[in-house]
Every structure is written in structure tokens, then in C-alpha cells.
Ligand binder design. Structure first.
Ligand SMILES: [Fe+2]
Length: 347
């Protein structure tokens, strides 16, 4: 049984990756090739020539068509064969499956399910994207050798930060303040406010604050594979309206888009928006490196967990109070997978 939701947009590549080169990427277990076609812009095709099944990504892109590396058969962006060297007749079966794509947030999103249902309105929402007063870091990509469910558990669990991220974002004086959990439309949020803390050196560096601060941490999960962490520091007592917090505090939105490669591997795309140090390129480069390092610390953990799950067939032997948000997230995901499976079976 698969753990995947097919009717969803998945981040497949950064738009910049698909220049003159093709990108071969396995998504939900299926091999795709993305390339920039002459007729349809960036497209996603099944990475398989219909002739001898050689991956098309072993060929070349020439004049906006993809050419198989075995016998030079050429396909356009619609997956239609437009040339067979050595013969004039193009067999009607010489076509390649295409997958709907849309470009948004600098990413190419691919729809792996029922083509009729591929509605761009179902793309994730990215808060503050393109808004004035916000700086963007994007292009983040890591390969995590774990099922995406383990990564969702990690992302909905702030309690690991102190221990996993000692060298990056972890803080030994981290709060024991428990997280509250709230259901949302198509997801959930785990959050907490830690009030009246002394400002950290980092707080002092990026905002004007002398007294204590209120810190908000919001961990959002949206089905099936989007995570957003909203981190807020505001002078203690500041009104908690979005506009007020954006203007008076330090705030960042950290997005991860999880695209299952297969049952044991996940494409981990990330982007980050912040409302401080907007023009500081050196700062931004340091922040990018720190985020990358932080997420790699998680990658080590989830890989080791996946290996042990594979070895034992177990998920966990005991449960803790901190599991509440991860358990709810995975229950929602399981329900979505089940419902999609039931709908397909009913057809
Ligand atoms: Fe982490």
C-alpha cells in the first residue's frame, strides 16, 4: 500500500534548474523528466521512451524537443513524437505521458493524479511572497533518505530543536512551554507563545528592542506535504495583529515542500521569507548556509530512523505528550490517502 496522495501539486524542481538542461527526478515512484520545450514551456514527461523504454533523460534537448539517446526519436512538449529518423510514418503509439505543471514561487509544480483535477487554486499558499518589506531566500533543495511521513513528524515537533540543532538554531535554555494544537482547513498548527523573555543577542541585532520580548512559534502543516514555520519576536506586550507584528517585530516564514521520491526518499525544497536585514547580502548568505545546515541535521536523524524502521518494521514503541501534533498530522494524511484510494476504487 502506498502512502502517497496523487491528487496534489508537488514541487518538482526550481524553475532555474530547468534551463537548457533537463531535470530527471523520480516523484511518487515515477520517473519524470522536466525540460523547456519550444511549444509548451517547461513540461514534465514520463522519463521513458515508448520505443525501448530508455529514459529520455539519457538523450538530449535540441530545439525545444527531447530526443531519445537510443534511436534519436524526438518528442515535443505535448509528448507527441514529431520525428523518427529513417522513417516518415510516425506510429500513433509513439507518445509519452505528460503531467500537468505550473510555475509558482520560483518552482515547477507537477500534478501526479487525475489530470482533470489539476487546479492551480490548489497550490500551497506562501505568506508574504513578493510582498514589500520581505526578503526571500529560495532555491533550497536537499535529498532526505526517509519517507516523507518521518519528515512531517520532525517538522511538527519543536521539542527536538534543543537536541538536534545544538550547533545551529538550538538553544539550551529553550522553553518547556508546551505547544497547543489547532485544526485548520486542510492542515493544522502547533504553536506557543513564550512571553516576557530577555532579548537574545540576535533579537538586539535585528530589531530595536531594549526590554523583554514575546516570542511566537507557529508550526503549520498543510496536506499533504507543506510545512511552514512562522517565527515571531516582538517587544513584550505588542498587539498580536499581523500588520503590527510585521511592522514592529522580527518575523520569518520558513517553508518546506516535501515531495516523495519513493517510499524511502523525499525531495526537500525550502524557501525562507524574513522582514529584517532586507538588503544585507552577506547576512543572507550566512542565513542560507545556517538553514541548510539545520535541515541537514534533521536529514541525518530521519535517515537513521528510516533505516531502523526498515530493519524492524516498527514505527515507535512508546508515545510521548510531544507527539500530539505529529500524530494528528499523520492521521489527517492517512485519511486523505484512504479517501483518495477509496475514490479510485469506486471508479
Ligand atoms: Fe529540526
Amino acid at each position: 500500500m502506498t502512502t502517497f496522495v496523487r491528487n496534489s501539486w508537488y514541487a518538482a524542481a526550481w524553475v532555474d534548474e530547468v534551463g537548457d538542461a533537463m531535470v530527471a527526478r523520480r516523484i511518487l515512484g515515477e520517473p519524470l523528466v522536466l525540460f523547456r520545450s519550444a511549444d509548451e514551456g517547461i513540461v514534465a514527461l514520463l522519463d521513458q521512451c515508448p520505443h525501448r523504454l530508455l529514459p529520455l533523460s539519457m538523450g538530449v534537448v535540441a530545439e525545444g524537443r527531447i530526443q531519445c539517446g537510443y534511436h534519436g526519436i524526438e518528442f515535443n512538449g505535448a509528448g507527441r513524437c514529431v520525428r523518427v529518423p529513417g522513417q516518415d510514418m510516425i506510429p500513433p503509439t509513439a507518445k509519452v505521458r505528460t503531467f500537468p505543471v505550473v510555475e509558482r514561487f520560483g518552482l515547477v509544480w507537477v500534478w501526479m493524479g487525475d489530470e482533470e483535477a489539476a487546479d492551480p487554486a490548489l497550490l500551497p499558499v506562501v505568506e508574504r511572497y513578493g510582498a514589500p518589506g520581505w526578503a526571500l531566500l529560495d532555491g533550497g533543495y536537499q535529498h532526505h533518505a526517509s519517507n516523507y511521513r518521518n519528515i512531517i513528524e520532525n517538522l511538527m515537533d519543536p521539542a527536538h530543536t534543543t537536541f538536534v540543532h545544538k550547533g545551529t538554531i538550538g538553544n539550551p535554555a529553550a522553553t518547556d512551554e508546551p505547544v497547543k494544537v489547532g485544526k485548520l482547513d486542510g492542515g493544522l498548527v502547533a504553536y506557543r507563545w513564550v512571553e516576557n523573555s530577555p532579548p537574545s543577542p540576535f533579537d538586539r541585532l535585528v530589531m530595536e528592542v531594549t526590554g523583554s520580548v514575546d516570542r511566537g512559534q507557529f508550526f503549520y502543516y498543510y496536506l499533504p506535504g507543506t510545512s511552514c514555520v512562522d517565527i515571531i519576536s516582538i517587544p513584550a506586550g505588542t498587539e498580536r495583529e499581523d500588520e503590527v507584528m510585521d511592522a514592529k517585530g522580527m518575523r520569518a516564514f520558513s517553508y518546506k515542500f516535501l515531495t516523495p521520491e519513493d517510499e524511502r526518499n523525499t525531495h526537500f525544497f525550502w524557501l525562507h521569507l524574513r522582514n529584517y536585514r532586507l538588503e544585507d547580502e552577506e547576512w543572507a548568505a550566512g542565513l542560507r548556509a545556517n538553514l541548510d545546515k539545520t535541515f541537514l541535521e534533521d536529514a541525518v536523524i530521519v535517515k537513521a530512523i528510516q533505516d531502523e524502521q526498515d530493519r524492524t518494521g516498527l514505527h515507535q514503541r512508546t508515545a510521548l505528550a510531544i507527539d500530539r501534533a505529529p500524530v494528528m498530522a499523520l492521521a489527517m494524511l492517512d485519511k486523505m490517502v484512504r479517501e483518495e484510494g477509496a475514490a479510485v476504487a469506486a471508479e
